[in-house]
Design a protein around this ligand. Structure first.
Ligand code: GFP
Ligand code: GFP
Length: 840
């Protein structure tokens, strides 16, 4: 029979149930209450760090109440849900975002103020949750924000790394040093441990096929570890809807082997448990392909298996037939990292649910969706077959079976469509021949998914015409589409640029709760480009943001920044394809040019401050040399009396979401200058433009669509186009032309470096050599047009009125790039899910 609900006396329950704290008085009470109880401190005796903790716990209470209501609603209504699987979630800080989304920031500010603290100081206490490397992880965070804001039943699944991305230190000589990021050292108020939600995950062991006429096998033995859930609440903007990000932590199944210990073997007693803890101890740095491969594969399986077990348990609570899975679950693969979901789902359906192979395959391929984030060959995941066989013997069998099944299916279709085309089969196989053989994860993700997409129009075209071309020809174009990336305007405008947000609301006469969720409304700013008073206010906001950054840099690094200069910003992971090198070589070129000018000529030059920030993967030698060059050029030019007022340069260490939030609103221009065809989308380009910074870029990734939206006259494009890139590389390989001939301006820059002007020239030689010979990223091909583009920037900046108009128009036309638009595209055209608002 059904249990009576609630237990006991209903009125007693009702009277005791609390609501959210929304007015200043109850907020203050709740903050002080947390000081006294949760923090176990005397009421008056509080420092800033304690005040942050107490305020955070109070905000968290509000989130939890909304979260409870949302999850209950999902359980009751049982809508189809989408699960976003990402090995990275680059969340940044939570407190400010949570208060803003709850619409309670002013009240909390007032309350904290009365208690004698400054909200800005409290916000600075929080450590970034940096469980990601770059764009892919930050995109996942923006998509969670948009899903909750659109009231969609979407959960994220990831790993709770004990150490996020490393902290970057820069030595005075420009060397990048890496330190661990112990982000959990202080209490983390934003996660809820759910020790009761846990699953046993198996590794190694033996897989034996039953050979009883079914495809079933038994997988036994090996090591079992425990996956334990930690939940992170994801508040929607001005809605009760509060979604969940579930992060898994690894733990030994049995904490401690008491028998070994009693037998005098302490090492043995803890050895097993250490290896279990190791699985979720560190986030892998990007591009680190050779180190710790087995551990990385373990992470991938641990996470996909726990997440899938959780989804299936939830699905089974509905009491529906197992074949209904695709009607209730959509799984989005954020790149190939979670591809093991495909063989794992097959394993569950075939081995545990006893389904026919074809039925299982149909369920799987109607449930899974795959987003590709790069076409760079070195970033396409492959796993050695022997490693996979050792760690996941049953999954390796299943992958071979999928290949067989797929291949026999392919064979027939290929024979029909492309008679005698054996090469095609070898190209398409899930297994790449060689010593050892390797599993091609992108192929597995592709054939196991219902739909495949890239992240900007150009990139999706490249996916269709290069890496997955054969699959398009076989399966048809309709499976392969595009969702251009987006960003959340909550964090990337309202939170990071409160003055601009207020100016927009005032000008549009629309509350931000409206336009932040309907970003096309920004178009209403267009008529105001002709309003001189508005333009002045617009420019003043930028100026204040520059001063805010300057104060931050002064406080943290002790440096003085000229806030009356043009601010020119490039912030992103260090990578050759992103071409920070092109930028620093351009700075040196500018320096040489300024030095050669007469004092009279110099008076006509507009001052410029160049900012860089970004981390290089610890093993990425060439990228680290680029950092060294930047820092040493800065050391020289920032003190050169001839030029220092006209050109200065800063490498801001330890790039993070929080640093981006303070840098982005300051930019007059930002640089997105990848070799054409290499940057899949880029998302910081969108953040800068939304904040009224103009874009200097190549015709690549989302730059193209941004220009289509804001108008090409408001963008500074340069460089070769994607179709030219392969031919140019071929020329470099087979008909190299000496640098002096190819690009005299760049040759002068090289001479300057080689003369020792920026310290020991030998240090930079390996970097310069990559450009002199081979030049895979085509620096020499694009340098001249890059310098021209920067000259056009200088010229355009002379007419400040027109410049501000460009800035306003850019912001006004960025509506398309709200991640709300992206998430609705995924919901409608991919996942087939609908909003499930609370209380309706
Ligand atoms: C979720 C939440 C639980 C909540 C239930 C029912 O559980 O805290 O009690 O929904 O509202 F996590 P599962 O969907 O994971 O079962
Ligand atoms: C990758 C791509 C970017 C793209 C993001 C999000 O970024 O062009 O914008 O994914 O789709 F390279 P990283 O994670 O490699 O920084």
């Amino acid at each position: 029979g059904k249990e009576k609900w609630p237990r006991g006396d209903e009125k007693t329950w009702k009277d005791a149930i609390r609501g959210p704290d929304t007015d200043t008085t109850s907020i203050t009470k709740s903050v002080v209450n947390h000081v006294q109880t949760s923090l176990a401190r005397q009421a008056y005796n509080l420092d800033t760090s304690g005040a942050y903790q107490a305020a955070a716990l109070s905000v968290r209470d509000n989130l939890i109440l909304n979260w409870n209501d949302t999850q209950l609603q999902y359980t009751r209504k049982a809508p189809k849900r989408a699960y976003y699987l990402s090995l990275e979630f680059l969340m940044g800080r939570t407190l400010d975002n949570a208060m803003l989304n709850l619409g309670l920031k002013d009240n909390y500010k007032e309350s904290v103020d009365k208690l004698g603290f400054n909200m800005e100081d409290l916000l600075e206490q929080e450590r970034d949750a940096a469980l990601g490397n770059g764009g892919l992880g930050r995109l996942a965070a923006c998509y969670l924000d948009s899903s909750a804001s659109q009231e969609l039943p979407v959960w994220g699944y990831g790993l709770r790394y004990r150490y996020g991305i490393f902290q970057q230190l820069i030595s005075p000589e420009g060397q990048q040093l890496e330190a661990p990021d112990p982000w959990l050292e202080m209490q983390n108020p934003w996660e809820l441990p759910r020790l009761d939600v846990n699953y046993e995950i198996r590794f190694y062991g033996q897989a034996e096929r039953l050979n009883d006429g079914t495809p079933r096998a038994h997988w036994t033995g090996g090591q079992e570890v425990l996956a334990v859930a930690y939940d992170v609440m994801i508040p929607g903007c001005y809605t009760k809807s509060t979604n969940n990000l579930r992060l898994w932590e690894s733990k030994p199944k049995r904490g401690f082997d008491l028998n070994s210990f009693n037998a005098g073997n302490y090492e043995g007693a803890v050895g097993e448990s250490n290896s279990a803890f190791a699985i979720t101890s560190v986030l892998y740095p990007n591009d680190q392909t050779t180190f710790g491969k087995e551990l990385r594969l373990k992470q991938q399986y641990f996470w996909t298996a726990a997440s899938l077990a959780d989804m299936i348990r939830r699905f089974k609570n509905l009491g529906k037939p197992i074949t209904d899975i695709p009607d209730y679950i959509a799984i989005q693969l954020n790149d190939t990292h979670p591809t093991l979901v495909i063989p794992e789902l097959m394993r569950i359906l075939v081995d545990e649910e006893d389904l026919d192979w074809d039925v299982a395959w149909k369920i799987t391929t109607n449930t899974v969706f795959y987003t590709n984030h790069t076409v760079l060959p070195e970033a396409l995941e492959k796993w050695p077959v022997p490693l996979m066989e050792h760690l996941l013997p049953r999954h390796m069998q299943i992958i071979f079976d999928i290949n067989m099944y797929a291949l026999s299916h392919f064979l027939q279709t290929v024979e029909r469509k492309f008679p005698n085309d054996r090469d095609r089969l070898a190209r398409m196989s899930l297994i790449e021949e060689g010593y050892p053989q390797q599993v091609r994860m992108a192929h597995l993700a592709c054939i196991g998914s219902k739909k495949v997409n890239g992240v900007a129009e150009l990139h999706s075209d490249l996916v269709r015409t290069t890496i997955l071309k054969d699959f398009v020809e076989l399966e048809g174009i309709s499976k392969f589409s595009n969702v251009t990336n987006g960003i959340t305007p909550r964090r990337w405008l309202d939170q990071c640029n409160p003055e601009l947000s207020a100016l927009i609301s005032k000008t549009l006469k629309v509350d931000k709760s409206v336009w932040l969720k309907d970003l096309d409304r920004l178009e209403g700013l267009l008529p105001f480009t002709e309003d001189a008073a508005f333009r002045e206010e617009w420019a003043a906001v930028k100026q204040h943001n520059k001063e805010r950054l300057a104060a931050h840099v002064k406080a943290t690094l002790g440096l003085d920044i000229n806030t009356h200069a043009m601010f020119d910003v490039q912030i992103k992971r260090l990578h050759e394809y992103k071409r920070q090198t092109l930028n620093i070589l351009g700075v040196i070129h500018r320096y040489i040019t300024l030095k050669a000018m007469s004092p009279e000529e110099r008076k006509k030059v507009n001052p410029r401050v160049v900012f860089f920030a970004g981390k290089a993967a610890p093993g990425y030698y060439i990228a680290k040399i680029t950092i060294r060059l930047i820092v040493n050029v800065a050391n020289i030019i920032n003190v050169d009396p001839d030029t220092k007022d006209l050109l200065s340069l800063y490498f801001l260490p330890d790039y993070s979401v929080s640093l981006a939030e303070i840098l982005i609103p300051t930019s007059d221009i930002s640089q997105h200058i990848s070799t054409a065809g290499t940057e899949a989308s880029g998302t910081s380009n969108m953040k800068f433009c939304l904040n009224g910074g103009l874009l200097v870029g190549t015709v690549d990734g989302a730059n193209i669509e941004i220009a289509e939206s804001v108008g090409e006259e408001n963008v500074f494009f340069f460089g070769h186009l994607t179709p030219a890139v392969e031919d140019l590389r071929h020329e470099h390989r087979y008909h190299p032309v000496p640098l002096e001939q190819k690009c005299p301006a760049l040759a002068r820059v090289f001479e300057k470096i080689s003369s020792g002007a920026f310290g020991d020239a030998g240090v930079y030689e390996p970097l310069l050599a990559t450009i002199r010979t081979g030049d895979y990223y085509l620096i020499t091909e694009d340098f001249d047009s890059y310098i021209q583009a920067l000259a056009m920037v200088d010229e355009a900046y002379l007419d400040r009125t027109e410049w501000v108009k460009k800035s306003i128009r850019t912001t006004a036309r960025m509506g398309k790039f709200s991640s709300d638009r992206c998430i609705m595209e995924y919901a409608d055209s991919y996942w087939n899910i609908e909003p499930c608002p609370v209380g309706k």
